[in-house]
Design a protein around this ligand. Structure first.
Ligand code: ADP
Ligand code: MG
Length: 637
């Protein structure tokens, strides 16, 4: 082969290498891209089911090692497990609390499946053409998929409506009335919302009963409105609420949802203050049932001397919270004194009515079991206390609302004569399930039962939280259902915070995201043996602590004196404190301290100052701290 030939062959080979390589890479990329698009399309259209793929992947192992039967058995077992989990979840959504309800749960769940199958059929035939959701070229309507059964009267499904090219709210929402008509009788209503994070996907909710038959979660709480407190929703989705400046009576049988609604009132009142720029509110709580409002103690903590009296019978132990009739009388007396004080302030300012401010917040007296409060049958002391409580309650209810003092009370309608007498002092009334028509009339006013408030037909077992009330500016009675709060929610509300689930729903930062840390060092009087501080004065370090509050002084006093111990101890300690240093920022960056940094700093300062009051001392650097430092925490400042 000549040199020229060799050169030609080499050039040829090089040409092929370059081009074949190029084509291989190009084809591979194209294939990958197609596969990606296919996966994305499958996920979006609901063809891709993660739980099935997982079960298939898992069962390939036994199929490979043991045999095809073992693989099939594994697959079946996993699917069965998932089925059991779904049934259990549905049972919970129906409010079933024990496994004995399995038969009714299975019955209801099968009914939901039948409904879904019917919907699927009718959707293709009727709905899609009317809503004009078909594909532009083929006219093929989108499939209903991802069926879910969030409650016994609701079925939801997702459809891809991007082919219409129109906005869901503009295009579909107004047509939902027609859709309900078309889909036929058992349907109660249809609503549509967009699926968050997936443009073009719409979630349809088909209801087969009044929304009042469903438990309303905390996330359904209506948006706050200044001057109002909401605690539920009506059948039409309108908020059920009362005005903060008027007093409200909640009546119903035991376990009918009164206390839950009052907690919800408190939550909504706090929200309208924090978020909507509404009236500041302060809660004074009388809880003669002892358990229902126990969680509210942090919110009612009060350092004013009148709440810290040492009286064994009437002393309130540092909280605006009364659990006995005697304490309740004391609390009402303080409320009247406060009203008198406000009256004087208003006279000085020539005002007729109080406009709540941070200094003079609206006072809401929360009374659970109001009939127990005014109970006056018994020995002499009960008679005296009952009469006193009735007198004070009447005075507050009838005269002090202009000074920003209002009352919400929950009570059973058992003593008709007593309740009728008290009821008329409340301007707003809400009734939950009652035993008889007379009790409905007692709770809401004469003629309420005849006018359609069927409280006596509700059962506390199925209908807890359902009730009737007057609605501002409407005649007749408004049927509503209270929001359901769990014990965890009430514990958060009792601290004066908004539960995370609600914050997340409102699109706000949740508590986990927003609490920075801070470290505080408390110094006592100079002590020659102590550690000299920056000014060279030898001060005694009393305490080093970590907190998420920026002003920890109260917290520190609580720590030493005990919130419930006598005021004397707190005072003694307060005198000893010379200075409190709060370190809330990173020295280098000026950023708020994270909780982790605060934790590290606390340990380090405890080691450095050896404070006399810390229970825990950190003598050596722990493995944990070293780990935290390795993760980027700061130890030295
Ligand atoms: N809005 C509601 N929706 C569903 N269930 C509720 C609702 N409110 C209360 N419940 C149920 O009823 C029970 C009793 O409520 P509670 O408010 O303590 O009643 P009451 O104070 O009238 O005795 C609660 O434990 C809860 O299970
Ligand atoms: Mg109660």
């Amino acid at each position: 082969m000549s040199l020229a030939d060799k050169r030609r062959v080499r050039a040829e080979v090089a040409w092929w290498c370059a081009h074949v390589g190029f084509w291989c890479v190009a084809v591979a990329l194209e294939v990958l891209e197609l596969a990606g698009r296919l996966t994305r399309w499958a996920a979006r259209e609901g063809w891709y089911r993660p739980h099935i793929s997982l079960a298939v992947a898992m069962s390939t192992l036994p199929a490979y090692w043991i045999g095809p039967t073992a693989g099939a058995a594994t697959f079946a077992a996993m699917m069965l497990g998932r089925g059991a989990w779904l049934v259990r979840r549905f049972g919970r959504a129906c409010g079933a609390s024990s496994a004995r309800a399995l038969v009714p749960i299975l019955f209801t769940l099968s009914r939901q499946h039948v409904r879904a199958a019917r919907l699927r059929r009718r959707w293709r035939k009727l709905a899609a053409p009317v809503l004009r959701l078909g594909h532009g070229l083929t006219g093929e309507p989108p499939r209903l998929r991802a069926f879910e059964y969030p409650s016994p009267v609701r079925v939801t499904a997702v459809a891809n409506v991007s082919a219409t090219g129109r906005h869901i709210d503009d295009w579909l929402t107004p047509r939902m009335g027609d859709l309900r008509q078309l889909l036929g009788k058992p349907l109660h209503s249809v609503t549509v919302t967009e699926v968050r994070g997936h443009a073009g996907l719409a979630r349809f909710s088909f209801r087969y009963g009044s929304p009042l038959e469903e438990v309303q979660p905390i996330t359904a709480l209506p948006d706050p409105l200044p001057g109002w407190a909401f605690f539920g929703l009506g059948a039409d989705g309108e908020p059920a609420g009362v005005r903060l400046d008027l007093s409200t009576l909640f009546t119903g049988e035991s376990r009918s949802g009164k206390s839950t609604s009052m907690w919800c009132y408190i939550l909504s009142a706090l929200e309208q203050w924090y978020r909507a720029g509404g009236d500041p509110v302060e809660f004074w709580v009388i809880d003669l049932a002892l358990t229902e409002f126990h969680d509210i103690q942090p919110l009612t903590a009060d350092l004013r001397p009148q709440f810290n009296s040492l009286d064994p019978e009437r002393g309130l132990k540092g909280h605006r919270y009364a659990t006995t009739q005697a304490q309740a009388c004391q609390l009402l007396r303080l409320a009247m004194e406060e009203a008198d004080r406000r009256a004087r302030i208003l006279t000085d300012k020539h005002q007729k009515k109080l406009h709540p401010s941070e200094d003079l917040p609206r006072i809401v007296i929360v009374v659970d079991e109001a009939l127990r409060l005014v109970e006056s049958r018994g020995d002499a002391s009960i008679q005296r206390l009952g009469t006193e409580a009735t007198m004070r309650l009447r005075q507050i209810l009838t005269q002090h609302s202009k000074f920003g003092v209002s009352v919400i009370a929950g009570t059973q309608a058992s003593k008709i004569e007593v309740l009728t007498h008290i009821r008329d002092w409340f301007q707003q009334r809400v009734a939950f399930s009652t035993a008889t028509k007379e009790m409905t009339d007692t709770a809401l006013g004469q003629g309420a039962a005849a006018a359609g408030a069927n409280c006596h037909q509700l059962s506390p077992y199925w209908d807890a939280g359902r009730g009737f009330m007057h609605r501002d500016g409407h005649s007749g009675f408004f049927e509503m259902r209270g929001i359901y709060l769990t014990d965890d929610d009430t514990a958060v509300i009792g601290r004066g915070e908004i539960p995370d689930r609600l914050l997340a729903r409102r699109g706000e930062k949740t508590s986990k995201e927003k609490t920075p840390g801070a470290v505080y060092v408390i110094w006592g009087a100079p002590d020659p043996a102590g550690h000299p501080d920056a000014e060279g004065v030898a001060r005694r370090c009393l305490y080093v602590g970590m907190t998420v509050e920026l002003d920890p002084a109260d917290r520190w006093l609580d720590h030493l004196g005990g919130a419930t111990r006598e005021a004397g101890t707190r005072k003694k300690w307060a005198d000893k404190v010379e200075r409190i240093d709060v370190i809330a920022e990173d020295e280098d960056t000026g950023m708020p301290l994270t909780k982790r940094d605060a934790e590290l700093l606390e340990r380090r300062l405890v080691r450095l100052y050896n404070p006399s009051e810390n229970d825990i001392r950190y003598l050596i650097e722990t493995e944990y701290e070293r780990e935290l430092i390795a993760l980027g925490g700061k130890m030295h400042r």
